[in-house]
Design a binder for this molecule. Structure first.
Ligand code: PGA
Length: 245
């Protein structure tokens, strides 16, 4: 694993956006695995800026998002499809038909998951996967558990995730309790992975996930076994591992 220490959130976002830009420039028809959450927002802003300057062309890019709340429709402001459109896709020249997010409205779990697995297979592999990491070590919505789930599955969100994400909802009760998420195998099959972490509240999990044992109790720990993973963090997020990297 490679670690890049950055000054602050802005610098972290720029470094990650640079790596994504390089991917798009080197392979215009690449497949990007994308993430939601607060951390990637600065990356999307930077990529939009470069697109507006004429430096980036997304017309041939395909995207696969990690996850979606079960039961939320794409026009629900809290859905991840809405998030991606609002914060990224609406501002660049990507073809919406090439952007994929699990179908939150499909309540038949088996169908929703097998349809998303089929999409992941049809794009013949993710070139670059962007990940955030939850304070409990989740990647996508692969929550801590007894085993690494391989493919897209429906997950009962953990209490800590519901609590963390309730900041985006009017109340805790409004947070959906289930979600569809890409599985660990699909994430690990990405050719290259970048993980972004920012702030003091990620310092403990950074140490646990990347310097502790590989265990499904800390899903992000599996990334230690990936051949091309780069963790980009600001000083606060890296403060407990600065002497190890
Ligand atoms: P955050 O979420 O970027 O909002 O901290 C990360 C995650 O939960 O995966």
């Amino acid at each position: 694993m490679k670690f890049i220490t950055t000054e602050d959130y802005y610098h972290m976002s720029r470094v990650a956006a640079n790596i994504i830009s390089a991917q798009v420039i080197m392979k215009p028809s690449c497949v990007l695995g994308l993430a939601t959450g607060s951390t990637p927002l600065g990356i999307y802003k930077q990529l939009i800026r470069w697109y507006e300057k004429g430096d980036l062309d997304f017309s041939e890019v395909t995207t696969i998002n990690l996850d979606e709340y079960k039961s939320l429709s794409p026009d629900n402001e809290q859905s991840y499809r809405y998030f991606m459109n609002k914060n990224f896709f609406n501002h660049i020249n990507i073809s919406k038909s090439k952007t994929h997010v699990p179908n939150g409205l499909e309540l038949d779990e088996k169908k929703a998951c097998s349809e998303y697995n089929a999409i992941i297979q049809s794009v013949h592999g993710i070139d670059l996967q962007l990940l955030g990491i939850g304070q409990n070590g989740h990647i996508g919505f692969n929550e801590p558990g007894g085993a690494f789930e391989k493919e897209t599955h429906c997950i009962d969100l953990s209490e800590s995730t519901i609590l963390a994400n309730s900041r985006f909802f009017k109340s805790y009760d409004e947070v959906p309790k289930q979600a569809y998420t890409m599985g660990i195998k699909s994430i690990m099959q990405a050719k290259k992975i970048i993980v972004v972490v920012s702030g003091n509240n990620k310092a403990d999990i950074v140490k646990e996930a990347f310097f502790g044992p590989v265990t499904p109790k800390v899903p992000a720990s599996i990334l230690q076994l990936h051949p091309d993973t780069t963790i980009i963090g600001d000083k606060d997020a890296f403060k407990k591992v600065s002497d190890l990297i």
